[in-house]
Ligand binder design. Structure first.
Ligand code: NI
Length: 167
């Protein structure tokens, strides 16, 4: 497994539509493993292929209940509403309020090409919507009703110590 380089805000790749996966081969498995490792390192709960520069319809999600891999995912059913803050590994430190369905059912393929359905509620439903949006070039800021203040930066302790000594 390997950490892949992240595609960040400003990169036009984030606006592109990803293509369907047609080859369920070893290369796909490596991509999925790398995506999971890259996501875990950044403490993210979801990652789409485009975010590591691969314009294929692949998503990895882990909200703390185990890894979910979605290949060619399609939302087939939604219900309810939820409003909460949302961020994205491609937009470090930025958060916005985004309304999403509270329950979402996705039909997708696994890494072997087998079809399955999965239903998520709450955060998992939100992750499904956020990541599948990425596959169509949509980012959370497009859907945010309001952006939140950036998180306060950590105090620059080293600099403060150095200034004190000078006095
Ligand atoms: Ni994202």
């Amino acid at each position: 497994m390997a950490i892949r380089q992240m595609v960040l805000e400003g990169n036009e790749l984030l606006r592109k539509k990803s293509r369907e996966v047609t080859a369920f081969d070893e290369k796909l498995g490596i991509l999925l493993d790398d995506m999971a490792e890259t996501m875990a390192k950044q403490q993210g709960v979801g990652l789409a292929g485009v975010q590591v520069g691969i314009l294929r319809r692949v998503v990895v999600i882990d909200i703390g209940e185990g890894r979910i891999e979605l290949i060619n995912p399609v939302i087939v059913k939604t219900s309810g509403k939820q409003m909460d803050s949302e961020g994205c590994l491609s937009f470090p430190g930025q958060y916005g309020m985004v309304e999403r369905p509270n329950q979402v059912t996705v039909r997708a393929q696994n890494r072997h090409g087998e079809f399955f359905e999965i239903t998520g509620v709450g955060l998992l439903a939100r992750a499904f919507c956020h990541e599948i949006d990425h596959l169509d070039g949509i980012v959370f800021k497009d859907r945010a009703s309001e952006m939140l203040e950036p998180e306060p930066q950590k105090p620059r302790k080293k600099l403060a110590v150095r200034l004190k000594r000078k006095e």
